[in-house]
Design a protein around this ligand. Structure first.
Ligand code: B12
Length: 213
């Protein structure tokens, strides 16, 4: 039963059946499937297929956009129900997608998980000019700057942010964590980021670790 609903959720995202997204998400929650399972074993699996179809040129941008909107419709229902164990530390986190990149689904899932873990989040949105991050980190006395990018050309922004923090003597007091499809653990080490996370589940563990340092 759960398996079927999860498969159907993935299919709804792949096919961009936007009208079915919210009722199906509600049905899934009603059937006792956790928000986390719905997101990672249902919706995200669908989005993986969309990515593959885009690479194979079976899908073009309009279809990808419709799938993204469908995923967001379901996330509207599911994200508020996300329950995460406490991070075990308190912290203030500025989060956003780096300048030049509009992919924000992953960032929003990370944000929801960190919020669910009891951390205070300042969401800058997507395609955010780099200097705005530094201003916000200073204004909010943030402990962590978390950034996301799914595109290779915008990786340079993450490197630049590390330099900007260093120039302001904020490296150390402010920890950085990065993630998103274009990033990797190696890249994080190369640019001097404090941590890299594969997914939103890891993001909570990483933030908790950074806050204990
Ligand atoms: C949906 C999508 C879109 C949607 C985005 C809608 C939106 N509001 O986000 C739309 C249609 C707008 C779009 C546009 C474009 N896209 Co697009 N898109 C995708 C697609 C299919 C899925 C991305 C997604 O949402 N995944 C689902 C989420 C849940 O996963 P995620 O983002 O990876 O996030 C998880 C983890 O990475 C991690 N994570 C994410 N952020 C962070 C941050 C931290 C701190 C941590 C710890 C973890 C973490 O946790 C998340 C949850 O577990 C990908 C394919 C792919 N393989 O990724 C291409 C892809 C990212 N797009 C791509 C491209 C090229 C574009 C365009 C440039 C196309 C064009 N010619 O215009 C434009 C971008 C314009 C711009 N300037 O940004 C390329 C990027 C290639 C590259 N390496 O540079 C990809 C990889 C497709 C491809 N194979 O070519 N796209």
């Amino acid at each position: 039963m759960s398996e079927q609903i999860l498969e159907k959720l993935a299919e709804v995202v792949v096919k961009g059946k936007i009208k079915e997204a919210k009722p199906l998400a509600e049905q899934a929650l009603g059937a006792g499937i956790t928000a986390q399972t719905i997101i990672f074993d249902g919706l995200s699996k669908g989005m993986e297929v969309v990515g593959q179809k885009y690479e194979k040129k079976e899908y073009y941008l309009p279809q990808v956009l419709l799938s993204a909107q469908t995923m967001y419709a379901a996330l509207d229902i599911v994200l508020p129900k996300l329950k995460v164990g406490e991070a075990g530390a308190s912290g203030r986190i500025v989060i956003g997608v780096v300048e030049g990149d509009v992919h924000d689904i992953g960032k929003n899932i990370v944000k929801a998980m960190l919020t669910g873990a009891g951390l205070q989040i300042f969401d800058m949105g997507r395609d955010v000019p780099l200097k705005k991050y530094i201003e916000k980190v200073e204004a909010e006395k943030a402990n962590i700057l978390a950034t996301s990018t799914l595109m290779t050309p915008t990786l340079a922004g993450m490197r630049e942010l590390e330099k900007m923090l260093a120039e302001k003597n904020l490296k150390g007091p402010v920890k950085t964590m990065i993630g998103g499809g274009a990033t990797s653990k190696e890249f994080a080490a190369q640019i001097g980021a404090d941590a890299w996370g594969y997914d939103a589940i890891e993001a909570v563990k990483i933030a908790a670790n950074l806050l204990k340092k």
